[in-house]
Ligand binder design. Structure first.
Ligand code: AMP
Ligand code: MG
Length: 417
């Protein structure tokens, strides 16, 4: 369980920049999960709990990178064709069964161990074989087509660092080191709920004035994608007592609680009030658009993130705030999600002092990537997140974008699954 001090996120009621919020999270929160060992086949997407030090060289032996003939480079004539007898064979998994002798050529195949004393391989396409002898062209560099032992990873080197989210190539590397299991952090246990009397379960009949719950399934998939184990606590009505009971129970058996809706300042915004009653609330008015109101709190030492109800605001605040918080609790050490520079293809005006995330699509024009603003930009327009490709980030200090300016682009696929 998270061990948080009572005023862990305390911050006044002014607008808080996203960078300041992330700094507070980085300073006040750390991993809350224990390590466990899992089979390699179950480790994809899990977070590595310890550095993995190579117990052997990869590759374990020098070997041929091509099919051809292994020779000692010193046997080649400097400026004419060299003719050597082919006197042995080495294939992958079948090393030459005797010592190499100077003046001979060994038929060799990709992946076969280099015979001790041979240092160079001529590709079979560059050779002519006649009567048991190979004709080798001049000009081959010493060491050509030979792979060194340990050239991928040297024994004793750190091959994978703690905190990595394990990708398929990481698992391949672990396997190349001979490992069949890895130490990973156990999944973060997250309780997830929606709030709102108007919010109904998809698949049910929709009463007048109601809407279907779009946030919960989206957030659940995002959490699962980050490796969390999600407890689905359903839709909570806008009733104080019910919410208090739900949150209290959730805090007893989870590492984190994530809610959506009910965190504005209206009288039907019960999440804030319930957190205040049960623990500590740090209501943040983030200096971002969309997505301003976010509640951060803790109940019995368990952090709670209250995301806004508008689906786009929920998605954005998940991407820029909840996601890094979750990764931190789960033991991940990751670089910031990658943004890249694009050309703004649209004018844009805003107030200074807040960062705006403008949904946009990209197209290539004269070799440059140009961002077009998605035409509809309300915080409830979830189709914009479906149809656009990412956010153009309009920094705090800017008041205006002019077409042609360079801006940073945050692709959805890095942060929204
Ligand atoms: P709230 O933050 O509760 O004031 O909600 C803000 C807006 O988001 C309102 O229009 C809600 O109806 C809508 N909303 C809240 N929760 C959800 C949800 N789970 N799915 C879709 N829309 C929601
Ligand atoms: Mg509501």
């Amino acid at each position: 369980m998270a061990q948080l001090s009572d005023d862990c996120f305390a911050f006044g009621n002014t607008l808080l920049s996203i960078d300041a919020a992330l700094r507070l999270i980085g300073e006040r929160l750390g991993p809350v999960v224990e390590a466990e060992t899992v089979a390699l086949g179950a480790a994809a997407g899990r977070i590595l709990a310890r550095d993995i030090v190579a117990g052997l060289d990869v590759p374990p032996h020098a070997n041929s990178a091509v099919d051809g003939f292994a020779i000692a480079h010193a046997d080649l004539l400097p400026d004419g064709e060299t003719i050597l007898p082919v006197t042995g064979r080495a294939a992958a998994g079948h090393p030459l069964d005797r010592p190499f002798r100077r003046g001979e050529a060994i038929r060799i195949f990709t992946g076969a161990p280099m015979p001790e004393g041979a240092d160079t391989v001529m590709m079979q396409e560059d050779c002519v074989v006649e009567g048991g002898r190979v004709h080798l062209k001049p000009g081959l560099r010493k060491g050509a087509n030979r792979r060194h032992a340990g050239e991928d990873i040297a024994k004793g080197a750190v091959a994978l660092t703690a905190g990595r989210r394990l990708r398929p190539a990481d698992l391949g590397l672990a396997a190349a080191l001979g490992l069949d299991r890895l130490p990973v952090f156990r999944p973060l246990r997250v309780a997830l709920l929606s709030t709102g009397d108007e919010v109904h379960e998809p698949g049910s009949e929709l009463p007048p004035g109601a809407i279907y719950d779009a946030n919960r399934i989206m957030l659940s998939a995002l959490l699962t994608g980050l490796g969390c184990t999600v407890s689905d606590l359903g839709i909570n009505p806008d009733r104080h007592a019910a919410l208090v009971d739900t949150l209290q129970a959730a805090s007893r058996s989870h590492d984190l609680i994530v809610t959506s809706g009910g965190v504005s300042t209206g009288e039907e915004d019960h999440v804030r009030v319930a957190i205040e009653r049960l623990g500590q609330l740090h209501f943040w008015r983030l200096a971002i658009k969309p997505g301003r109101p976010v509640a951060l709190g803790q109940i019995g030492g368990v952090p709670l993130v209250g995301l806004p109800g508008n689906p786009v605001a929920a998605a954005l605040t998940f991407a820029v705030l909840a996601r890094p918080l979750i990764l931190r609790l789960a033991g991940a050490v990751e670089p910031e999600p990658s943004t890249f520079p694009v050309i703004a293809g649209f004018p844009y005006r805003k107030r200074a002092g807040r960062r705006e995330y403008v949904r946009a699509t990209l197209a290539r024009e004269d070799g440059a990537l140009v961002a077009a603003k998605y035409p509809k930009d309300g915080a409830g327009i979830l189709s914009s997140v479906v149809n656009a490709q990412g956010f153009v980030i309009v920094e705090e200090h800017l008041t205006e974008l002019a077409p042609g300016m360079t801006v940073e682009f945050l692709p959805f696929n890095g942060v929204l699954g």
